[in-house]
Design a protein around this ligand. Structure first.
Ligand code: SAM
Length: 290
């Protein structure tokens, strides 16, 4: 009995200390969570790679967009996979991540990868340019939220070599003061695109179309030339990231070297080349794009 009476105050002390300890620990954990950056809560790689603390905090509130959820559903249930390999896709994926903000992303060609590109750029502008109006309808039937325009190309793959020779003697094609809108004289210029294409400063451009694997196909000559003109004409700060697919083909390679330039080639994986093209500050008359 005496033992029991003696141990009661001790137990109360012990209980009191335990409660104080638990409350203290809870307060400590809450304070740590509220004041830490995301690396404490999520010790694995943050969503957008390295970024300032303020930006990382915004990412804690990151919610998937509708298009991202649609993309998950689509790719989880589709047997058709995009044509680019994972290693190739990862090049533009890494650039989109590193920008840390919604981007202006222009994509030549609609396909099984379109929903993926749009969902990798949440909140940004992802615009597709497609040569085949029927294919536009087919793709938009399944993914009506994609923004796509039909483009009429004036070129044929069979004329690629001749176009490369003749553009040099056509002043309307020259790098100095080159322009696209209404430029009917230069056959390589995409002269009748929607205004939005000319009026937007594109951060990234993916050239994976038009078709260039048979002689009567449009080939990618005009796309490569026009993207070089857009990138050189950029007014804002920063470079234009240009990704060109199918560089195992001669025409893609030759046109890339003529207009996108070896010196701006920063990476190559599989059949994809990645260029970073700065705005042109040519104060003198330039004879070539590179
Ligand atoms: C090399 S594909 C690339 C398309 C897209 N980047 C992809 O990976 O699916 C270029 C062009 O082929 C055409 N194309 C691609 N898939 C097609 C299909 N299933 N049916 C009809 N045309 C298709 C489209 O005109 C498209 O712009």
């Amino acid at each position: 009995m005496r033992n029991n009476r003696n141990s009661l105050p001790e137990r109360r002390w012990f209980l009191g200390l335990a409660i104080v300890g638990l409350v203290g620990a809870a307060v400590f954990i809450v304070v740590m969570i509220l004041t830490s950056d995301s690396s404490l809560i999520c010790p694995t790689e943050p969503i957008y790679g390295e970024m300032p603390k303020a930006q990382a905090r915004v990412q804690e509130d990151y919610n998937p967009t509708t298009i991202q959820l649609k993309a998950i559903l689509h790719y989880a249930t589709s047997r058709i996979v995009p044509q680019q390999s994972l290693a190739e896709i990862k090049i533009s994926f890494d650039v989109l991540k590193s920008m840390g903000r919604p981007c202006n992303f222009l994509v030549f060609g609609l396909g099984h990868d379109s929903l993926m590109w749009a969902s990798l750029n949440p909140g940004g502008t992802t615009l597709f340019l497609e040569e085949d109006p029927k294919w536009v309808q087919t793709v938009l039937k399944d993914a009506p939220s994609l923004r796509a325009h039909t483009v009429r190309y004036r070129t044929r793959l069979r004329d690629a070599d001749q176009l490369l020779l003749s553009y040099r003697s056509e002043p309307a094609c020259g790098p100095e003061g080159a322009h696209l809108r209404d430029n009917v004289e230069c056959e390589l210029a995409l002269h009748n695109l929607p205004d939005q294409v000319y009026e937007t400063e594109w951060d990234l451009v993916m050239i994976d179309a038009p078709r260039g694997y048979f002689l009567d196909a449009p080939g990618r000559m005009a796309a490569v030339y026009s993207v070089a003109v857009m990138a050189r004409g950029r007014k804002g700060s920063g470079v234009t990231h240009v990704f060109l697919h199918d560089v195992d083909r001669r025409v893609e390679k030759v046109y890339a070297e003529e207009f996108l330039c070896r010196k701006y080639l920063v990476r190559g994986v599989g059949r994809l080349w990645h260029f970073q093209i700065p705005p042109s500050n040519d104060s003198h008359t330039s004879q070539s794009f590179c």
